[in-house]
Design a protein around this ligand. Structure first.
Ligand code: ADP
Ligand code: MG
Length: 358
């Protein structure tokens, strides 16, 4: 006999809720890398070393020289909504750290085997912590190391066969997305002095670094380091000459010259930042690409553009768990302004180009 009573609404158990939501934070090698880099930068690190084994499927490890984690925090690191960075919702407007939700490490614990080796300035020796899937510390042993932290993420998605298979079959693509994230932080961070990336495609530890970056205090020099010196010939500075008292945004960055040959065949090198956070903002990028197309119909520009939203109350950085999507209240003004700036820039830059060829 069919049961006609309506289904009952019941609360989900805490662990179930946690597992359901965690999947949105740590969805890929790239998102794990992003969370690790953010944590290291938030801890004032200047030297970062990232190691990948099997393109990150077997190991993603970040060693930093940051503040380290004090012993009284060991049990809290892996717990959901435990953070040292924000204490009340209102702080969102003033928060200057990349992290504030306190959920990255707890979700990574669900999806992978996490080990943290850390030493805080207050400790005479480091400690190695091993976490279980619930984010609880299951082992702690003294271990010598300098002040700083190493977070190791092993066997990502091992307990989730569908995701694991997916990851393994696209591990190269996932790794290149992770590299893109690394570059996006290297471009914007004035804090990183040394950034080394090592990677192996198989299950052996990499024998030598793939890439060493020593980001400079100038954005231009950093771009040259990442994309090669030759890039300097093909990019122009985005000048923001708007001195209005009541302006809402400030722009600073570089973009490919509009002349053919300076751009790229795909939109693969486009980095946007809002108040120093790497972000995704499709409508804004579309505006930039549309203007560029007007001057160069066959290519996409390299873009590294930092936007400062001057009134923090018109900016919401908490739209998605990965914080990559931001909500800018006056987005259409922001698009209008960049359109003005770029049109002027491209018009004068095309003139220079023509006259220098006479
Ligand atoms: P959030 O960054 O939002 O605070 P996380 O889950 O990413 O949340 O990290 C939890 C806490 O662990 C952080 O608030 C910080 O105190 C500590 N932590 C994580 N990574 C590091 C690190 N590399 N160095 C120092 N402290 C760290
Ligand atoms: Mg964090």
């Amino acid at each position: 006999e069919e049961d006609l009573r309506p289904a009952q609404i019941r609360p989900l158990a805490g662990t179930t809720r946690h597992r359901l939501c965690a999947g949105q934070v740590c969805v890929s090698v790239a998102s794990c890398v992003k969370e690790l880099i953010e944590n290291s930068l938030d801890a004032h690190s200047t030297r970062l070393q990232l190691t990948f084994i099997a393109h990150g499927a077997d190991l993603i490890e970040l060693t930093d020289n940051g503040d380290g984690i004090a012993e009284h925090d060991f049990e809290k690191i892996g717990l959901r909504y435990h953070t040292s960075k924000l204490s009340q919702f209102e702080d969102l407007e003033t928060v200057n750290t990349y992290g504030f939700r306190g959920e990255a490490l707890s979700s990574i614990c669900i999806y992978a085997d996490v080990t943290i080796l850390t030493r805080h300035a207050s400790a005479s020796i480091g400690t190695k912590l091993i976490f279980d899937g619930e984010g609880q510390v299951i082992s702690r042993t003294p271990f010598p190391r300098e002040i700083g932290t190493t977070v190791s993420i092993r066997s990502l998605f091992n307990r989730f066969p569908v995701r694991r298979t997916e990851l393994q079959s696209h591990s190269k693509r996932e790794f290149s997305q992770a590299l893109n994230i690394i570059q996006s932080f290297a471009i914007i961070s004035r804090q990183i002095q040394f950034f080394q990336i090592s990677s192996s495609a198989d299950n052996h530890p990499p024998s030598h670094p793939l890439l060493t970056l020593t980001p400079s205090s100038s954005l231009k020099d950093t771009l040259a380091q990442i994309f090669g010196q030759k890039i300097l010939e093909s990019i122009i500075h985005i000048e923001d000459n708007n001195d209005d008292e009541d302006k809402e945004f400030k722009f600073d960055g570089y973009i490919s010259r509009p002349q053919h040959g300076c751009g790229r065949s795909s939109a693969d090198r486009q980095y946007l930042y809002v108040n120093n956070r790497p972000i995704d903002c499709a409508p804004f990028l579309r505006t930039i690409n549309d203007i560029y197309r007007h001057f160069n119909p066959n290519q996409y520009p390299l873009v590294a553009l930092s936007i400062e939203v001057l009134d923090r109350s018109t900016l919401d950085i908490n739209c998605t768990p990965d914080k990559r999507t931001v909500f800018v209240e006056h987005l259409s003004n922001m698009c209008d302004q960049i359109r003005l700036i770029l049109n002027k820039l491209f018009e004068s830059s095309s003139n220079v180009y023509v006259s220098s060829n006479k």
